[in-house]
Design a protein around this ligand. Sequence first.
Ligand code: BTN
Length: 280
Amino acid sequence: MNDTADPPSQDFATTLSALLTTPSFGEPLHFFPSIDSTNIYAARLAREGASTGTAVIADEQTGGKGRLGRSWVSPPGVNLYLSLLLRPAVSTAVVPQLSLLAAVAVAEAIIEVCQLTPAIKWPNDVLIAGKKVCGILAEMQTEGTTLRAVILGIGVNINAPLSAFPPELHDKASSLLLAGGKTVDRAAFAAALLTHLEKLYVLWIEQGFPALRSAWEHHASGLLGKKISVAAPEGTVSGIVLGLDIDGALLLHEEQTGAQRRVLAGDVTVVGGYAHGEQS
Ligand code: BTN
C-alpha cells in the first residue's frame, strides 16, 4: 500500500511482470489498456490452446461481465480486471469450487496487502464493511461432458472512488481505497493475488476441496449461524448457515422443515445484515 497516485497503466503491467514470482500463474500475461471483457479474450485464448496460468489483465473493460447476466462496472486506471485460464482434469461438477477458491485468494491478498478485514459471502463475493469489493465469474469450456478450460474472472475494486459507481450501487459497492483510506498499489495487489491463487490451486489439485474448506469458512465466519435466504434456481430457500459441505455446497438448517439442506447455487441475502450491514 502507498500514499501516492497509482502509476499509469503500462507501468502497472511492467511492474506486475517484474513482481511476479509465481511458477505458472501470470505466464504468459496479456495486458490491454482497454478491452471489452478479459473473460471474453481469455476464452478466445483457451479455444486457441493456451495453457493453465495464462492471464489476461486490462486497465479498463468496456463490457465487463458479471454473474447472472449482469454487467461489471470497470472504469479505467483504478481497479483490477483479471481472467485466469485453468485446465484442471476434473469433472464439470466441481468447477464452482474454483470460485470459492478464488474468493479465499482475494481475501488473503486483501489481508496481506491492505491489512483490512474482508468477509466472503457465499459463494464468492468479497465484502468489506458490508460492501462488495470483489466479484468472481467462472466460465467453462466443455467438449461433450469433458471439461476443456475454466476462465476464472476476478474483478477487484481497488482504487475506485465512489463516483466511479452508478448511484444505485453507492450503498452496495466499495473499493479497497474507500475501505482503508489509502491508495493501494495495483501491481503489488495483483502479484499477491496470483501468488495466493496458485498456492490454493495446487492444494486443490493435490488434495481437493476439503483442504480449502476451513480457510473459506474462516473468511466467511460472520455468515456462520446467520439467518439467510437464497434465491436458488429451485426457488427461495431460507435457513441458518451451518457451514460448507466438503464439496463447497452451502449447508443450511432449513427453518420450514427443520432439515439440513444443501444449496449449490444462488444469490444470498443475509437477514439483519452481514459484516456491519450486508448490502447485496
Ligand atoms: C459478479 O457479478 O460478482 C462477478 C464479476 C466478475 C467481474 C470480472 S472483471 C474480470 C473478468 N472479466 C469480466 O468481464 N468479468 C470478470
